[in-house]
Design a protein around this ligand. Structure first.
Ligand SMILES: *[C@@H]1O[C@H](CO)[C@@H](O)[C@H](O)[C@H]1NC(C)=O
Length: 161
């Protein structure tokens, strides 16, 4: 996996937590395992953002350590280094949409669905040399994603339904 993708995703996604607590549901169980010590990441059906993740039942001998061998990022969850478990998620219901949003000199505002609000943002593919950094040249407000000063990317956006 492209390192810039990982780094950008970490910045972007974490910043959106906090203001949507009224929409968070808990108790969704999802199984994920890291076979042959491999990194394994998945999106979860009908989940627009994963708010938190914990081990419900561990299946592996290898330890599952939050933030190291398992965790969440945006609408996805991951395991690594042999961790396997049934995980319990707190999450926000919704859909994932993809689309480009590019700024050149002028800022650009993009909308990914007609009425919903954006609850997670991830960079799928950078389209400029300038990194997009949340609250620096990338802003989310309700259903709008706004990019400034050269931030340009194909985004994966989770929208609350
Ligand atoms: C990822 O996890 C799923 C669900 O447990 C499993 O079916 C799949 O084989 C795993 N892939 C890797 C590369 O570990």
């Amino acid at each position: 996996m492209d390192l810039s993708f990982v780094i950008c995703s970490l910045f972007l996604v974490s910043a959106l937590h906090g203001s949507y607590s009224q929409d968070v549901r808990c108790g969704l169980l999802v199984q994920l395992q890291s076979n042959n010590q491999q990194y394994n990441r998945t999106y979860v059906t009908d989940v627009a953002a994963v708010h938190s993740i914990s081990v419900h039942r561990q299946l592996s001998y290898a330890p599952c350590t939050h933030g190291q061998t398992f965790g969440s990022r945006g609408a996805s969850i991951y395991v690594d280094k042999g961790c396997g478990a049934v995980f319990s998620l707190c999450y926000i219901d919704g859909d994932l949409k993809t689309g480009e949003c590019r700024s050149y000199v002028q800022p650009q505002t993009c909308r990914y669905s007609s009425k919903d609000k954006i609850v997670s943002v991830e960079i799928l593919r950078p389209l400029s040399q300038i990194p997009c950094v949340h609250n620096k040249n990338l802003f989310v407000s309700g259903p709008f994603l706004t990019v400034h000063r050269g931030c340009a990317a194909e985004f994966l956006v989770g929208v609350d339904s």
